[in-house]
Write a protein that binds this ligand. Structure first.
Ligand code: ADP
Ligand code: MG
Length: 145
């Protein structure tokens, strides 16, 4: 069997968050992602329930912003994405920029599209392990990766 690309570190998971989708920025963001050399391997327009947003962001349960974050992330449609590129997790974190758009580098997706540290336009996984966990939250049949 072919070695999993998740295991090889070539796949990451992303979401276009409710603010960016609602503002009609999905197309521009997808274009930046593709221009940066990522291949879109899976894509779904969906909406998280507050409960599922809570599960997705379980690691932040104790943080003061957790409740607000779950409410915001379930406030409207999102796009869930599985993306492939060499060293995908790190390359994608570089493309999106810092969590707080005020600290994000010029030309990054968050610098261009984020409204605030919370409504920051996009999600990007922080490790290969979490990329697989997060992608599995939205997509089945990931054996193909
Ligand atoms: P990242 O998305 O860059 O990996 P984190 O994993 O630390 O950042 O946080 C998850 C999400 O929680 C962020 O993308 C943002 O939407 C929200 N968030 C993080 N820190 C704060 C904060 N200090 N205040 C409000 N929302 C925050
Ligand atoms: Mg994170």
């Amino acid at each position: 069997m072919q070695k999993s690309q998740f295991m090889a570190g070539n796949v990451t998971f992303s979401m276009i968050k409710p603010d960016a989708y609602a503002d009609g920025n999905s197309g521009a963001i997808l274009q930046m992602i593709e221009k940066a050399g990522f291949k879109i391997k899976a894509l779904k327009l969906t909406q998280l329930s507050e409960q599922n947003a809570g599960k997705f962001y379980e690691v932040h349960r104790e943080r003061p912003f957790y409740k607000d974050l779950c409410s915001y992330m379930s406030s409207g449609p999102i796009m869930a994405l599985v993306l492939e590129k060499q060293d995908a997790v790190a390359a994608f974190r570089k493309l999106i920029g810092a969590t707080n758009p005020a600290q994000a580098e010029e030309g990054t997706i968050r610098k261009i599209f984020a409204k605030s540290i919370e409504a920051n336009a996009v999600h990007g996984s922080d490790s290969d392990e979490n990329a697989l966990i997060e992608a599995s939250f939205f997509f089945s049949g990931l054996e193909m990766f």
